[in-house]
Design a protein around this ligand. Sequence first.
Ligand SMILES: N[C@@H](CCC(=O)N[C@@H](CS)C(=O)NCC(=O)O)C(=O)O
Length: 253
Amino acid sequence: MAKPIRVWMAPPGPNPWKVIVVLEELGVPYEINSCKFADVKKPPFTNLNPNGRYPAIEDPNTGLVLWESGAIIQYVIEQYDTEKKLTYADLIQKHKLNQWLMFQMSGQGPYFGQAGWFNVLHHEKIQSAIDRYNAEAKRIIGVLEGALEGKQWLVGDKMTFADLSFVTWNDRFDATIMCEREKMFDGFPNVKAWHERMTGLPSWKRAMEKRAQLMDEQGLQWNGMPKGVNNMKEYEELMKKHAAAQAAAAKGE
Ligand SMILES: N[C@@H](CCC(=O)N[C@@H](CS)C(=O)NCC(=O)O)C(=O)O
């Protein structure tokens, strides 16, 4: 039996949960080192990941320390998916899977991240940035919609790590582009059905139960807002205060 892989993360962010969902689906033992965003750019985390972004893993079975969620998923698949449950042995299918993982890493993750940042977290509203990233995020969903036409999964006839790599960010699409949750995939029926196939999995449910518990431990609601903050307006006020306090601290006030 393998020793648990240690996954370093802050519970609100979607990237570490991509790794957890894959570990859950494969039944690979893991333990979560739940950290705060305030500590992401400091040791001890930067001793593991000099880029200061969650997740990173430490695998005691091989001694490997790894960061970048896509690289971690590839490692987990190569090392622990010996039965090829979430991957293929065939050369062409293998590279198609990597293509979609690269698209997730370079397209969905960063563009959704920027959309979320300019819509929610940035202390001033810059409409041109909001428009650009909302449009890019929707365009990416459109690419997936086309790829899933007449198909259940991105590559071949089974769910793979490539499909799973999209699920955590897609689940936050409402908060990313600031729309109603029930309407987030309006116009994208293939993506909606594909997303629901994955969020119906026991592995997804287990991962999200863990997330809820870790969020609670850090005083956060499921949507990332601190407990006691009731709506976006209150959250925006808090973000503004936070930005002003950081600016004052930088000036030494
Ligand atoms: N490409 C990286 C992105 C990681 C990333 O942006 N992680 C977020 C949390 S989901 C983070 O740590 N943000 C903290 C920061 O940017 O300071 C990956 O997929 O692992």
